[in-house]
Design a binder for this molecule. Structure first.
Ligand code: 13P
Length: 280
C-alpha cells in the first residue's frame, strides 16, 4: 500500500504561503490608509470666465468625499475658481510657483500670493515646465521647500522620455529626479506631499502607460522614498499616475497597489473628470 506522506519541502511551503498572504493583506491595509487624490491640471486653458463656467459644470459631477479632488488652474483663474469652489469638496491648486518670497522677478507668482488667494496645492516640476522653461531638479527642490514653508502641498512631478524608456534607464532617471527634488525635505513633510509619475510619452498623446508599467514605476518611486527616509514615510506619501488618464482607464490604474490617484490633463476639462473622480 502506498501512503502519500507530504515531503518536508512541501510542509515548508505553508509558513511561506502564510507570509505571502499576510504581505498582501498588509499592503492592502496600507493602501487603504492613503486617501486617493485626483487632480486636474488645466495647463494653459480657460480664461477666468470660462474657468468659472467649467467649475459650475463640474461641481456636481466631482462630489465625492472619499477622494481628495483638486483643480490646478492657471494663475489668473485662481481667484475666481477659489470663489466658485467655496462650499464644495474641491480644493484649488496652482500649476507653478517661484521659490523666492517677493521682489524683482517679473512675471512670477510667490507662495504668499497663492496662500492668500486660497491655494492648497501646487504642481511643481511638470515635464512641460522642465522642457519649455528649463526647470531643473534643483529648481524643483527649491520650490518644494518653499511651498512647505508656506503650508502649500507640493505635487512634485517626474517622468521619463520615450528615449529613456527604450534605453532602459527609466528608473535611474526618475530616482535622480525624486532624490534631488526631496533634498532637505523632512520625513514629516514628505509624508504629506504628493509625487506625480507622468511618463512624457504618455502626456497628451492618448497613449497611456499600461497598468503594469505605471505600477512598476510608482512602486519604484515608493522604494526610492523608503531608501531616502524609511518605510513609514514611503507608505504615507501619495503617488499619482498621469498621462492620458481617462474615464475608461482610471479604475484599473487607481486599483494598483502603489497608485494613489491621478494627475489628469485633457480629461479634467470635460464632464469626463466626474467619471474619473467617481471611478469606482
Ligand atoms: P493628459 O492627461 O492630457 O495626457 O496630461 C497629463 C498631464 O500632463 C497632467 O499633468
Amino acid at each position: 500500500m502506498e501512503v502519500n506522506i507530504p515531503s518536508c519541502s512541501e510542509e515548508a511551503k505553508w509558513p511561506c504561503r502564510r507570509d505571502i498572504v499576510s504581505e498582501i493583506v498588509d499592503k492592502e491595509i496600507k493602501k487603504m490608509a492613503r486617501k486617493k487624490i485626483i487632480a486636474g491640471n488645466w495647463k494653459m486653458n480657460k480664461t477666468p470666465s470660462e474657468a468659472v463656467a467649467l467649475v459650475e459644470e463640474l461641481k456636481p459631477l466631482v462630489a465625492n468625499e472619499e477622494v481628495d479632488v483638486v483643480f490646478c488652474v492657471p494663475a489668473i483663474d485662481i481667484v475666481p475658481v477659489v470663489e466658485a469652489c467655496k462650499g464644495t469638496n474641491i480644493q484649488v491648486g496652482a500649476e507653478n510657483m517661484y521659490f523666492e518670497e517677493s521682489g524683482a522677478y517679473t512675471g512670477e507668482i510667490s507662495p504668499a500670493m497663492l496662500v492668500d488667494a486660497g491655494v492648497k496645492y501646487v504642481v511643481l516640476g511638470h515635464s512641460e515646465r522642465r522642457d519649455y522653461f528649463g526647470e531643473t531638479n534643483e529648481d524643483v527642490n527649491k520650490k518644494v521647500l518653499k511651498a512647505f514653508e508656506h503650508g502649500i502641498t507640493p505635487i512634485m512631478c517626474c517622468g521619463e522620455t520615450l528615449e529613456q524608456r527604450e534605453q532602459g534607464v527609466t528608473m535611474d532617471f526618475i530616482r535622480q529626479q525624486v532624490k534631488v527634488g526631496l533634498q532637505n525635505v523632512t520625513a514629516d513633510q514628505a509624508k504629506a506631499m504628493v509625487i506625480a509619475y507622468e511618463p512624457i510619452w504618455a502626456i497628451g498623446t492618448g497613449k497611456t502607460a499600461t497598468t503594469e508599467q505605471a505600477e512598476e514605476v510608482c512602486k519604484g518611486i515608493r522604494e526610492c522614498v523608503a531608501e531616502v527616509y524609511d518605510e513609514a514615510t514611503a507608505e504615507a506619501i501619495r503617488i499619482q499616475y498621469g498621462g492620458s488618464v481617462n474615464a475608461g482607464n482610471a479604475a484599473e490604474l487607481f486599483a494598483q497597489a502603489d497608485i494613489d490617484g491621478g494627475l489628469v490633463g485633457g480629461a479634467s476639462l470635460k464632464a469626463d473628470f466626474g467619471k474619473i473622480v467617481n471611478y469606482k
